[in-house]
Design a protein around this ligand. Sequence first.
Ligand SMILES: Nc1ncnc2c1ncn2[C@@H]1O[C@H](COP(=O)(O)OP(=O)(O)OP(=O)(O)O)[C@@H](O)[C@H]1O
Length: 921
Amino acid sequence: MGAIGAEDLMTWEKLQGMGNGSDEKILVLVRLRPLNEKEIARNEVVDWECINSTTILYRNSLQERSGLPTAYSFDRVFRGDCTTREVYEEGTKDIALSVVGGINSTIFAYGQTSSGKTYTMNGITEYTVADIYDYIHKHEERAFVLKFAAMEIYNEVVKDLLSTDNTPLRILDDPEKGTVIEKLTEETLRDWNHLKELLSICEAQRQIGETSLNETSSRSHQILRLTIESSAREFLGKGNSTTLAASVNFVDLAGSERASQALSVGQRLKEGCHINRSLLTLGTVIRKLSKGRHGHVNYRDSKLTRILQPALGGNARTAIVCTLTPARSHVEQSRNTLLFATCAKEVSTNAQVNVVMSDKALVKQLQKEVARLESELRSPGSSCDHAALLRKKDVQIEKLEKEIRELKKERDLEIRELKKERDLNHFRIEELLRVVQSNEASQKLIGNQTVNREFERNGTAVLLLSESSEDHSSSDVVSDSSKGVDESMTGIGEYSDDICKEVGCIELAESESEQDEMYESLNQSNAENRERSPNMWQPRYESIIPQETAGAVSTRISDTESGHSFGLLEQKFQDLQKTVDSLVLPYPDSSSPGPTSVTDSERLKLRASRSSRANLMTGSTDFEMPEQSESTPPTVLEQTCNGSVFPRKHWKFPPVIYGASNECFSRNDSLSSDSGSFIDETNNKNTQGDEDIPTLGSFVAGLKEMAKLQYENESMNQVEEVGKRAETNARNAAFDPVQDWPLKFEKLQKLIIELWQACNVSLVHRTYFILLIKDDFTDSIYMEVEHRRLSFLRQTFSQGNSAVHDGRTLTLASSKKALRREREMLSWLMHKRYTEDERRRMYDEWGISLNSKKRRLQLVRLLWSDTVNMDHVTKSAAIVAKLIGFSQHGKAHKEMFGLSFTPPRMSRRSFSWKNSMASLI
Ligand SMILES: Nc1ncnc2c1ncn2[C@@H]1O[C@H](COP(=O)(O)OP(=O)(O)OP(=O)(O)O)[C@@H](O)[C@H]1O
């Protein structure tokens, strides 16, 4: 069964003028019956009046004041004196007879018990069937087949009224036919009399129920279904006939006094045990449908609504006759019936003519449809439309693909950034863990150490912490007493290295107040110690506390634009340090004695060292030395090279020299960030220890300084550079700085290594540099600047000139001397960092006889001596790194100290040092 085609519809419309497949509201009729005998006997008052053909009015003066509506309008209302014939003719006939034209229809009778439902429905059924037969007789050109079925729904059980078998019937869902009742008797009517017989059977069946159970008739639903199929006689037997098929349902519902509860709330809903489920669901379905066909409609909640689903918002024309009892005593039920009717009149159905086509007719129909579509495709206008549509779609697809590509790119970038951040965090955590572990180890070490104070040969007092467990090999002791290095000095190195250096590198940002407190503590302790031993603390302070710090650099440059940006970088750096601090804490200090026994002097030293590192790393400015430092004799270097005295500037290692140009080197206000880590070379001959090793912090500060100076220089030359750039770019059109960097890196690295050697640059500096600065393009700025500085320095030295840096004059001779001192210090550290076995293996590897003297010194002198062999360079760097306690986590160090930076994406045309520097900010 399916919707009829246009031609068939026209045929039907000609016949009936209806069934065009559009939405149609349910027809709602209200029939008021007259007072019955009992009611008259009770002197019931009639409160309802049909004031016209569509409106019924409640006339009770008391109720009028209750605020409830008094007038109700419907499609048609019938007074008590109206006959059923009138109700049929003027109300339901049109809908009921739709069935002959292939349109499903349903007529409901709804109302409270004894309101006249059965009375009305019996009449309507009879008149309809009579009219159907009349129609059949008048349309002999068509062959009709009538089938009749009847059922009753009681207590949600479906019963066949044409069968004596009381077995409940099942409701099934058929994919083609929709909802069907299994095994329901369907009689093909022979004639009108036959139908009358069947109706009698139904009545009898219901009658049985009525007698066996009180009120059954008012609590059961009866559905009489008449199905009509019709075909044009001329096509019958030819295989191409079209059949119209539809059913009309006559539904006599249960008494609505139960149904009213479905429309009520509160107290009445509690009477659930008496509520007829099918009526309740009918009310709910009608209410939902009255608000439009939105959302789920619970047809399947009851047998009635499931069976009559097409009549409730589906493919059917529907009429509801609401019957009313006029008596005042039933006013509440009457109102509920009118409420239901009001909802029902808002419900729409969509009836269509149902046609059953023979296979042949179906093929013919399909062929016609194919022909129509082919002709559409062939017509030039439509194909042109298709082409245009396709082009439009193509453009849309392209646009979408582009958007997807963009989004993908953005996502990839984000992922890359996140990965970088993750890696950085990973390294930071590893580094922190390492430092925390070192810190713990250091604290244990302090607890185990014994405190010794000895006066050195030069009369300087130092605090010695020697580990009782330390086993020193006499063969490895540097015997040159003139160097002032003694085995008993080991403790200093251990102490400062484990506590001051490693912790100092991480334990960075001290608050200003804490620094002040430390400074006071230092002064106080100094004063006390001066009383005990006037010179005792002096060298120590000199060796530990820096005069200028990396922070001084940022302060100094903060006036300039580039300095301001550089300051931001420093700020970033400090933020990181704070985070590190929070992770490293609690750290034993004088205010919170740790579990180990640490003397005041040890604590003092610890704090002094901490302060120095903190000061160095945080970039705090002008951490003034205790006044004793003022009396420190000027270094030989300072006196001989510069001719003037620079209090508190002490150099022990070959200087790490930075500076963009002559002016930069000679700037008196340029404070070397690493100077603070160099100690007096004359006064401290005997106090050498690895605490004197330039820290990674100082190295980093130096790198930043040189990069910053380069940036400043670039800024000054910017105008000039812009002019040259076009020419350079044109010349280097095929040059990609990023892609070509690895090659350039190799060349630069070679040159730098040679220059280090030529300029006697500190081995520690070389090691830091080689381990931190790799062939990553982001490091290119440091490589370039280092190369420029060294080139300048070698040129200066070769001309016999001296370079002035940080107020100090540097010459080839002085740098040589400093390098020699550094080698001595490193040789002394060798027995600390390497076991005897390890040292022996190294001597063997480096071709040093085990019987020879000063083997450590011999080895250290070999380090960094070959500028061509990269294997030699790598091994040298590894050994120096181990000696100075520098971990190989180059990347972690770079990230931690803010050395790593990603240059902005640059094209060949825009590449410049300024861009590289800008990315530092
Ligand atoms: N319009 C009417 N004119 C005269 N008598 C009527 C009318 N309507 C109903 N009656 C009479 O009222 C009585 C009850 O009618 P009917 O049985 O049709 O009510 P009902 O609503 O079907 O009740 P139930 O729900 O209990 O089956 C019947 O005796 C019937 O003849």
